[in-house]
Design a protein around this ligand. Structure first.
Ligand SMILES: *Cc1c(COP(=O)(O)O)cnc(C)c1O
Length: 380
């Protein structure tokens, strides 16, 4: 046992690789340091031998990876004297913005699509005291509006177009390389705005960089916001694989989608903000984009919950749905190590979970005979 070591969040942990100063007041809720869980039961059913991990980002303080970016964005907003932040959101960004703003003692304005937001996320934004503005439009409409507002009003935009967001989110790649001792061969993520796949690539590039390599590649993304310290696991980087929901798959269509639709509301985005840079990530890493149907996404979500004990939200399951398909069809070859990011917690969206659960509650009388019968009838 080691006593007196309190984990105080990813900025403290990776201070030398993040754009903070010695006297920066850090706004943290202890985000990061999420478990990298090796899947056991699902891979056993595949014909192909792979080392398959999920990085469970749903275990961040507000239940999604957005906390990694928000600790940086709010810390920097405060340092720059801002008293208010604003974001458009499909739900998780607003939950994180609301929580970190509460922690910092500033105001959060969150613009969300009317309906089409999971109940848990709305509860978070409301409970943390943010100003929730529901628009009669989708995420892409909201994004257009908050960009205009932030250009004129004294509020800091904390969507992933804020470069500090990606700086915080890159630390997930650091944690993975630390735990595995190397980068995985493949890293699979669900893609909405494509900020997170870009952030991971920045992280892997920084760790793999051998002197000048970083300047030519990763710095085209981070524009010098990182303070690259050198060293790391030289040379090796994963192929980055991004999965989109079929009804919301601009990277597959090769063009923006005006009416995106999917059960995976977190990635219901037709106009990705990191469009150009994500194509660069795909090319540089040698990875690819692919799509999953809503049905495949829900099957994977249920598989993870029922067979591995991991409850993620629908959007997150796109990474596993896609990876399993690409393992089966050999695009991800046998013997590979694969990390799938589970971006958010299943509790975010209880309605979708309850609607598709395999077993519904059994109603019986409150007496021993009835309960015993219910148990015996349902023994495997
Ligand atoms: C934000 C989010 C995504 C998409 O991440 P991008 O950086 O927009 O590509 C995926 N899943 C969940 C749960 C999210 O909250």
């Amino acid at each position: 046992m080691a006593f007196g070591h309190r984990y105080t969040g990813l900025i403290e942990r990776y201070r030398d690789r993040l754009p903070v100063h010695d006297d920066t007041r850090i706004i943290s809720l202890g985000e990061g340091n999420t478990p990298l869980i090796r899947l056991n039961n699902i891979p056993r059913q595949l014909d192909h031998e792979v080392e398959l991990y999920v990085k469970f980002e749903g275990l961040n303080p507000t239940g999604s990876f957005k906390d990694r970016g928000m600790t940086m964005a709010v810390t920097k907003a405060l340092e720059e004297g801002s008293r208010a932040i604003i974001c458009a959101s499909t739900g998780n960004t607003s939950a994180a913005a609301a929580a970190y703003a509460a922690r910092a003692g500033i105001t959060a304005f969150v613009v969300i699509p009317d309906g089409k937001i999971a109940m848990g996320k709305l509860a978070q934004a409301m409970m943390h005291g943010s100003v929730v503005i529901q628009i009669e439009g989708n995420f892409d409409d909201g994004m257009r509006l908050v960009k205009q507002v932030a250009a004129e009003a004294p509020v800091t935009l904390v969507n992933s177009v804020n470069p500090y967001r990606l700086q915080g989110q890159k630390t997930a790649a650091f944690e993975i390389v630390e735990e595995l001792g190397r980068a995985p061969d493949y890293h699979c993520l669900p893609v909405g705005n494509a900020g997170n796949i870009t952030a991971h690539w920045i992280g892997y590039c920084e760790l793999s960089a051998v002197s000048g390599d970083h300047v030519t590649e990763a710095c085209t993304f981070c524009k010098g916001h990182c303070r690259f310290a050198g060293g790391g696991v030289a040379g090796q980087r994963p192929k980055m694989v991004g999965y989109q929901a079929s009804g919301s798959a601009p990277f597959l269509r090769g063009a923006m989608v005006d009416q995106p639709d999917t059960v995976a509301t977190a990635i219901r985005i037709g106009h990705p903000q990191s469009w150009d840079v994500a194509w660069k990530v795909q090319k540089e890493s040698g990875g690819w984009f692919d799509e999953c149907t809503d049905e495949e996404i829900l099957v994977a979500q249920k598989l993870l919950a029922e067979q591995e004990g991991v409850f993620c939200e629908p959007a997150s399951a796109a990474s596993v749905a896609g990876a399993l398909r690409d393992i089966r069809n050999g695009r991800i070859p046998e013997g590979s190590s694969v990390v799938c990011t589970l971006t958010g917690h299943g509790l975010k969206d209880p309605d979708t979970a309850i609607a598709q659960a395999s077993r519904t509650p059994i109603k019986v009388a409150a007496e021993i005979g009835a309960v015993t019968r219910a148990i015996l009838d349902n023994m495997d």
